[in-house]
Design a protein around this ligand. Structure first.
Ligand SMILES: Nc1nc2c(c(=O)[nH]1)N[C@H]1C(S)=C(S)[C@@H](COP(=O)(O)OP(=O)(O)OC[C@H]3O[C@@H](n4cnc5c(=O)[nH]c(N)nc54)[C@H](O)[C@@H]3O)O[C@H]1N2
Ligand SMILES: Nc1nc2c(c(=O)[nH]1)N[C@H]1C(S)=C(S)[C@@H](COP(=O)(O)OP(=O)(O)OC[C@H]3O[C@@H](n4cnc5c(=O)[nH]c(N)nc54)[C@H](O)[C@@H]3O)O[C@H]1N2
Ligand code: SF4
Ligand SMILES: [Mo]
Length: 668
């Protein structure tokens, strides 16, 4: 018998969609959009739809594996858990809990996925990762400026006269915002896209501005200079609600407009065009995450925030500097789930630098790595270093659905459940403010078990089983109990499936900011408190003709590695045969200079590594730009992270993935 259930997309994505899932004879047979979802309204992308393929895939891991003499053997759960727990016990006793590294990312938006941290905290601590490859610097930048990184509610876009999409690949990564853009355009708003790549969002825009990668902060400086020279700044807002304006002015005075135009490779007309958009608002800005994956990423976001602020577009309907929406996640009591107070011995590595950490840390050395919700061999910068680091450790345990590149390198691989095989609630602190419920719909294949089951079994063997003696409902209650006052109960969530969380639909409307001064801070006290430069500044990208001409001579092209259309990071490549080759996209000038045509084999290379693939010419991209979509598996040709740097950005422990120079040659 066929039955249709409401469920939710668990993928790390802006949109956090509602699903309708058809189940027949205990099997998921179709995943579609839930028309009743107030934001996602029945539309979902291929990545979501393919969760059916993923769940039913023959390639799924269904039994625990142990590597013996280099070959994986199937073992029982009892053996796997007994052996892993025994090793952890020994390591804790001999070297302390920090000899175990918990390597993870955020591949699943389920609230209960946070229980991995409860496990490691109850273990007494571990070496854990801090910072974020994804959006670390931008979030920190907005915390410095506003006190939080909060976005306007999706429908507020209809109050905007102008919409600026600044470094966000909306058509590809944020499909419901793309729909809103098309609707807003029909209602008369203008759309401007600022991006080095002429992407599908640029195609629907009124104006596309091509920008040299990593130079957005400088462009924002140019725009502010012009705006102020035309006396179009919001004097009242600046006077009453900001601090540090004089520091901003002295930064603006540091650059001439000529320097800006030359270095950012942008025309005066474009600077003027952007300035006028902001002067005659309300103008909303949707900032992307790609643009802050540079060594200057935090300051890039800070300078665009400053532009939004001085033009009077903060705290008004139709305005805003929309980056993350962390007010959504703040509704949950994650601490109650993770028990941070239980950890007595901890050490942290920055997420970017986990390889260096593993290779260099002493006292204690890393003896074991446990990987959850992440595929570091593919997704973390400088793959060659990551591979060396993981190979150097005695025991690697990977919990996943598939034998990923990371899992291939492990000593133990534990098969886990997909979204439809366990109950959870899902939200993304990125775009909208609805939380979605997803119940367990089918049994997992073979012996696959949920992450939570695995933590519970290991906790019992390690002597802290009582911390895991709760039902799923009890954990969900722990994290949502305080929401009852606001009328949000677990029962209501189970009944209604999608519930709006209390958030500000127009952040900072009261002009009371959550910064130490209560004002918008051009000069950040939090920055100074962290012994960083709190004044606004412009730093050049680390790998650029300006800051490192020697390197740029050897490696003249800027390598971007943006998110793939049909895969969520590395998650769909295995399921889509057509994606299992490396595609190297080059701007037209590079193709001309190197006499390249579509389909030619080329190798891109730098001091960190090399990658070979087929050329595709990127129409209208900024000069000297190459892109390779991230997420490709090493076994299908190689991840672009073979080339990317593992540096940490200027603030917030963000990544510098796109701050990357390469050269290119034809391959025979
Ligand atoms: N299809 C798909 N959607 C996804 C994901 C996915 O893997 N696949 N991942 C999800 C996740 S986790 C995230 S973090 C988001 C990311 O969402 P986005 O921010 O939209 O995506 P990115 O690929 O990080 O980069 C976006 C854009 O930044 C541009 N860019 C790069 N450098 C610069 C620069 O210096 N200046 C400017 N102005 N633009 C620049 C790129 O050309 C690209 O168009 O997407 C989410 N949605
Ligand atoms: N060069 C380059 N690198 C990038 C980026 C880029 O733009 N360029 N983007 C960065 C960004 S924004 C992000 S967010 C990261 C994402 O990095 P990751 O989160 O590591 O990438 P994913 O491929 O989404 O997922 C990793 C693994 O988690 C597994 N997984 C999914 N659900 C579960 C679950 O419930 N339990 C367990 N145990 N495992 C699960 C998947 O099967 C997959 O193998 O990549 C970063 N890396
Ligand atoms: S991946 Fe994103 S757009 Fe696609 S279904 Fe999931 S939440 Fe929606
Ligand atoms: Mo991300």
């Amino acid at each position: 018998m066929k039955q249709v259930f409401k469920s939710s997309c668990p993928l790390n994505c802006w949109d956090s969609c509602g699903f309708e899932v058809t189940v027949e004879d205990g099997k998921v047979i179709k995943v579609e959009g839930d028309k009743d979802h107030p934001i996602t309204k029945g539309k979902i992308c291929g990545r979501g739809r393919m969760l059916e393929t993923k769940t039913n895939s023959k390639e799924r891991l269904t039994v625990p594996l142990k590597k013996v003499n280099g070959i994986f053997q199937e073992i029982s759960w009892k053996q796997a858990l007994d052996e892993i727990a025994e090793k952890m016990k020994e390591l804790k006793q001999n070297f302390g809990p920090a000899s175990v590294l918990h390597s993870h990312d955020y591949a699943n938006n389920g609230l209960l996925k946070n229980l991995d941290k409860r496990f490691f905290n109850s273990f007494g601590g571990a070496t854990s990762l801090v910072g974020s490859i994804c959006w670390g610097s931008g979030i920190e930048a907005q915390i410095w400026d506003f006190g939080s990184s909060d976005s306007h509610a999706p429908d507020d876009i209809f109050h905007s006269k102008h919409i600026v999409i600044w470094g966000r690949n909306v058509a590809r990564t944020n499909m419901h915002l793309f729909q809103q853009l098309q609707d807003a355009k029909k209602r008369g708003s203008t759309i401007t896209v600022i991006d080095p790549i002429y992407n599908a969002t640029a195609k629907i825009s009124d104006h596309y501005i091509s920008i040299k990668p990593g130079m957005d902060g400088l462009v924002a400086i140019g725009v502010m200079k012009y705006l102020i020279s035309e006396n179009k700044q919001d004097v009242e807002f600046i006077k009453n609600y900001t601090v540090g304006y004089e520091d901003l002015i002295s930064l603006l005075n540091h650059f001439t407009l000529e320097e800006i135009l030359g270095q950012a490779e942008i025309s005066f007309e474009d600077i003027k065009y952007i300035a006028e958009l902001y002067a005659y608002g309300p103008t909303t800005t949707y900032l992307g995450l790609g643009m802050q994956r540079y060594s200057n990423g935090g300051n890039t976001i800070r300078l665009i925030d400053a532009l939004v602020a001085i033009s009077g577009n903060v705290g008004i309907p139709g305005g805003g500097a929309n980056f993350g929406n962390i007010q959504v996640g703040k509704n949950f009591n994650v601490q109650a789930l993770t028990l941070p107070e239980k950890a007595t011995s901890t050490r942290t590595f920055s997420m970017m630098k986990q390889a260096d950490g593993v290779l260099e840390a002493m006292d204690p050395k890393i003896k074991m790595i446990i990987v959850t919700c992440g595929n570091p061999l593919v997704q973390v910068p400088d793959s060659n270093k990551i591979i060396r680091a993981f190979q150097s450790v005695d025991t690697v345990v990977v919990i996943d659905h598939f034998l990923t590149d990371t899992a291939e390198l492990a000593d133990y691989v534990l098969p886990t459940t997909t979204v439809f095989e366990e109950e959870d609630i899902y939200y993304a602190s990125m775009y909208h403010h609805y939380v979605n419920y997803g119940e367990k719909l089918v049994e997992p294949p073979g012996e696959a078990k949920s992450d939570l089951w695995i933590w519970t079994e290991l906790a019992e063997r390690l002597g802290f089983g009582r911390e895991f003696s709760y039902t799923r409902d009890e954990y969900l209650e722990m994290a949502t109990a305080h929401l009852c006052d606001k009328g949000i109960t677990l029962d209501r969530l189970k009944e209604e499936k999608r519930v709006p969380l209390p958030v500000n639909h127009v952040p900072w409307e009261t002009k009371k900011f959550s910064t130490p001064s209560g004002k918008f801070e051009f000069t950040s006290e939090l920055g100074f408190n962290k012994e960083l430069e709190g004044k606004p500044q412009y730093i050049y990208p680390k790998e650029s003709t300006i800051s490192n001409p020697g390197l740029a001579e050897k490696y003249p092209y800027q390598l971007l590695s943006i998110h793939p259309l049909r895969s969520n990071h590395s998650q769909h490549y295995l399921l889509i045969e057509g994606m299992q080759t490396v595609k190297i996209e080059v701007s037209e000038d590079i193709a001309k200079e190197k006499q390249l045509a579509d389909g030619d084999k080329v190798t891109i290379f730098n001091d960190r590594g090399k990658l070979t693939g087929d050329v595709k010419i990127l129409k209208k991209a900024h000069a000297n730009t190459i892109n390779v979509d991230e997420g490709q598996w090493h076994k299908f040709g190689g991840s672009v992270n073979l080339l990317t740097p593992d540096d940490v950005s200027d603030n917030g422990q963000g990544s510098t993935l796109y701050d990357c120079l390469v050269n290119i040659k034809k391959t025979d």
